[in-house]
Design a binder for this molecule. Structure first.
Ligand code: HEM
Length: 300
C-alpha cells in the first residue's frame, strides 16, 4: 500500500477505534448500574435483577443497542490488532535511543496486549453469563408462588410447557407432575410476556423469570472444582474478575483520553477530559471488581 493510502486508512481506523471505544465506555456505565443491583439481597433483590434482565433481553431498543455493542467489540478489537501489526511493520526496529518508559506510560505502550486480555475476559464472560441466559436450557428459574385452586396449597410453578402454544415463551423448563397447567386445557390460557394467563378470568397462573441472579451468585460462590481439577472455582473466578478489571483499568487509563486525541478534539476541555478519563478508568473497574468480591466473601 502507498504510504499516504496507508496513513489515510490508519487514520480512519483510529477514528473508528475511538468512536467504538467511547461507545463501549457508555456500555460499561450502563452495565455497571445494572449489575450494582446485585447488592440488593433476598427474594426482592433477585426479582428486581431478573425483571431487569428480562427487560434487557426483550426490549427492542435495548436489543438494537446490544447488537451495536457486539459489533463495536469486534470492530474495536480487529481494528486494534490490525493497527498494532501495521505499527510494528512500519517500525520493525525499536528506536536506538529508546527509553520508552520515560516518554510513555505503561498503559500506552501495552494497549494491544491489554486490549487482547480484555477481549479474552469478555469472551469467557459472555460464555458464562450471556450465552447461558440466551441459549442455555438448564437455566434456574425464579418463579412466583401461586395458590393452586384445585389443591389449595402453594406451589412453585415453572413457566413454560413443552406443548406450549407459542414459541416466544420467556423461560423454559420441565413441568412439575402436579402442574396446574396440566389441569388447564391449553386452549384456555394465553402467554403475556413472562406470564401465563387464564383466558376466562385473566388470572395470572404463572409468572416466572430466568434466574440470572441465582446463576451469577452461584458462579462466584461455587465450591466445585474448575475443570474437575482446581478446587473452589468461585474463588478462582473472583480472582480472575478482579485481575481482569485491573487490566481493563490500565486499558482505559490510556484509551479514554487517546480516543479524544484520535477524534482531533484538542481544546480548553482537554485537561478536564484527561482527568475525567483517569477517574473513570479507576472508579468503574473498581466498582465492577467489588461485585464478585462481595458475592464470594460477604454475601451469605
Ligand atoms: C464483575 C462484574 C460483572 C458482572 C457481575 C457481569 C454480569 C453480566 C451478566 C449477568 C450478563 C448477562 C446479561 C444478559 O444476557 O442479559 C452480562 C453480559 C455482558 N457483559 Fe458483563 N458483567 C460484569 C462485568 C463486565 C465487564 C467489565 C464487561 C466488559 C469489559 C462486560 C461485558 C459484558 C457484555 C458485552 C455482555 C453482553 C451484553 C448484551 O447482551 O447486551 N461485563 N454481564
Amino acid at each position: 500500500m502507498a504510504k499516504s493510502a496507508f496513513l489515510k486508512s490508519s487514520i480512519a481506523k483510529k477514528y473508528w477505534m475511538a468512536l467504538t471505544g467511547l461507545f463501549l465506555c457508555l456500555f460499561l456505565v450502563g452495565h455497571l448500574i445494572g449489575n450494582l443491583q446485585l447488592f440488593k439481597s433476598g427474594y426482592e433483590g433477585a426479582l428486581q435483577f431478573n425483571k431487569y434482565a428480562l427487560f434487557m433481553t426483550t426490549n427492542p431498543l435495548i436489543k438494537i443497542m446490544s447488537y451495536v455493542t457486539y459489533i463495536s467489540i469486534l470492530f474495536h478489537a480487529i481494528d486494534g490488532i490490525y493497527l498494532a501489526i501495521q505499527n510494528k511493520k512500519a517500525r520493525p526496529v525499536a528506536y536506538a535511543m529508546n527509553n520508552s518508559s520515560a516518554n510513555t506510560s505503561f498503559s500506552s505502550r501495552n494497549m494491544a496486549v491489554l486490549g487482547t486480555l480484555v477481549l479474552f475476559f469478555i469472551a469467557t464472560h459472555m460464555i458464562n453469563f450471556w450465552a447461558k441466559m440466551k441459549f442455555g436450557t438448564g437455566m434456574p428459574l425464579l418463579v412466583k408462588e401461586i395458590v393452586d385452586p384445585n389443591v389449595g396449597a402453594k406451589q412453585y410453578m415453572l413457566i413454560a410447557t413443552p406443548e406450549s402454544p407459542q414459541q416466544n415463551v420467556p423461560v423454559q423448563g420441565p413441568v412439575f407432575d402436579n402442574n396446574i397447567l396440566k389441569k388447564q386445557p391449553i386452549a384456555d390460557i394465553y402467554i403475556d410476556g413472562n406470564k401465563i394467563v387464564n383466558k376466562k378470568n385473566n388470572d395470572v397462573l404463572f409468572e416466572g423469570y430466568k434466574d440470572l441472579h441465582k446463576l451469577t451468585i452461584s458462579f462466584f460462590k461455587s465450591k466445585a472444582r474448575l475443570f474437575n481439577v482446581i478446587p473452589n472455582e468461585g474463588l478462582v473466578f473472583t480472582i480472575f474478575y478482579v485481575l481482569s478489571m485491573a487490566i481493563l483499568g490500565f486499558h482505559l487509563w490510556h484509551g479514554f483520553q487517546s480516543a479524544f486525541q484520535s477524534l482531533g478534539i484538542n481544546n480548553k476541555f482537554t485537561p478536564a477530559i484527561k482527568t475525567f478519563g483517569k477517574l473513570f478508568s479507576v472508579i468503574v473497574p473498581i466498582l465492577f471488581a467489588i461485585i464478585p468480591v462481595y458475592i464470594h466473601f460477604i454475601l451469605k
